[in-house]
Design a protein around this ligand. Structure first.
Ligand SMILES: *Cc1c(COP(=O)(O)O)cnc(C)c1O
Length: 379
């Protein structure tokens, strides 16, 4: 697998997975399909580190976010939405759409939510039904401290809902041990299959509340999805080919083991951060995720123009900063268990090329040399 796309999803799809997806499509009302679905659900439990049911939705990751809101919450419920970037902001938008009374904790982009502050808000301005959080905030490259937020939320009797769309399977997330009531992700990030599926785990106590929800829902109704799942079915026609690919990807993840998968991401992150630092550049994230490295552009360099050059002249895609930070920082993803340190050398080489073309003064080759040193030290 050769990686030239360093955007944080869709991630490159391993060859083994591609081959499985080209097999004849199973009918979704067959015992073969039920076996596939049950196998996939058990593989997902492993990656989610949960004993809870993990349900499969045919939707992108945001579909699972919407499912969490419409199933767990009812109009008028009061929640704390933590927003430190574009995706945290999606919780706020979803709550506004469905009449949920959300207090927004606006965390400065580039920073992680402070669990003590969350604790104080929950105590002073409560009661709240739920805390809505993000694991790895892909727009900024920040990793939020879900373990601490889980302790705080549980201490105040709140449900904790976590958007782990980019982080799950890259940075550790212990759904059960960390008191995460709902964790969710999408197919096109660390699971390394194409976009189109979403996965959501629901704790026993959250199911109780979901059963009592006063919010209407149809396609994303989780009770219905669970009823079908107990019979080895999905309520509607699922993206069968993607499930066949997922089955293979989960097998590869089981073969590697979660510990090794986290180590792969950590190593690729360390390699990239070392390269960036050696070029005299700063990270945008104060608490960096192992999913991606966000790099602040030096004075006088427009990130958007830089990325265009890198794409045109090196054939390498690196992602831009988002919203009001477009051009101010760039995002180099190292997302997926099948991404190698040598791939990160490609990204850093392209970055050096672009920087020199845009007049940034640095010691040519310094980023790649520093990255290579980390590869050697961690081998
Ligand atoms: C990618 C991503 C999303 C959006 O997922 P879609 O699959 O595009 O709906 C939401 N949150 C995070 C943290 C993401 O990385």
């Amino acid at each position: 697998m050769k990686v030239t796309n360093f955007a944080p999803g869709p991630t490159p799809v391993p060859d083994r997975v591609v081959r499985k997806m080209s097999a004849p499509i199973l009918t979704h009302r067959s015992t073969e399909f039920s076996d596939l679905l049950r196998g996939v659900a058990s593989g997902l439990q492993h990656v989610f580190q949960t004993e809870n049911d993990v349900l499969v939705l045919t939707a992108s990751g945001s579909g699972a976010m919407e499912a969490a809101v419409v199933n767990l919450l009812s109009p008028g419920d009061r929640v704390l939405a933590i927003s430190g970037g574009k995706f945290g902001g999606r919780w706020v938008e979803l709550c506004a759409t469905y009449g949920i009374d959300a207090l927004t904790l606006d965390v400065e982009w580039g920073k992680a939510a402070d669990p003590d502050e969350v604790d104080r808000i929950l105590g002073e301005q409560g009661p709240f039904e739920a805390v809505l959080a993000t694991h790895s905030e892909t727009s900024t490259g920040v990793l939020h401290d879900i373990e601490a937020l889980g302790r705080v939320a549980r201490g105040h009797g709140c449900y904790l809902v976590v958007d782990a769309i980019s982080g799950l399977g890259a940075n550790e997330l212990r759904t059960d041990d960390w008191h995460v009531d709902i964790a969710l992700t999408g197919s096109q990030k660390a699971l390394m299959i194409p976009p189109g599926l979403a996965f959501i785990s629901v704790s026993k106590r959250a199911w109780q509340r979901i059963e009592e929800s006063r919010q209407p829902s149809y396609y994303l109704n989780l009770n219905r999805a669970r009823d079908s799942f107990t019979k080895g079915l999905t309520p509607y026609t699922p993206a069968v080919s993607l499930l066949m690919g997922l089955d293979e990807s989960l097998r590869m993840m089981k073969e590697l083991g979660l510990k090794e998968i986290y180590r792969i991401h950590e190593r690729n992150a360390l390699v990239t951060r070392a390269g960036v630092a050696a070029l005299g550049l700063n990270l945008f994230a104060r608490r960096p995720s192992n999913v991606l490295t966000s790099v602040v552009m030096p004075p006088g360099i427009d990130g958007s123009a830089l990325l265009k050059t890198i794409k045109q002249e090196c054939g390498v895609t690196i992602a831009n900063g988002m919203d009001h930070y477009r051009g101010k920082y760039i995002r180099i993803a190292h997302l997926g268990y099948n991404v190698a340190p040598s791939d990160m050398i490609v990204a850093l080489t392209a970055l050096e090329h672009g920087l020199s073309r845009h007049g940034y003064v640095f010691e040519s080759g310094a980023g790649v040399a520093a990255a290579e040193r980390v590869i050697r030290e961690t081998s």
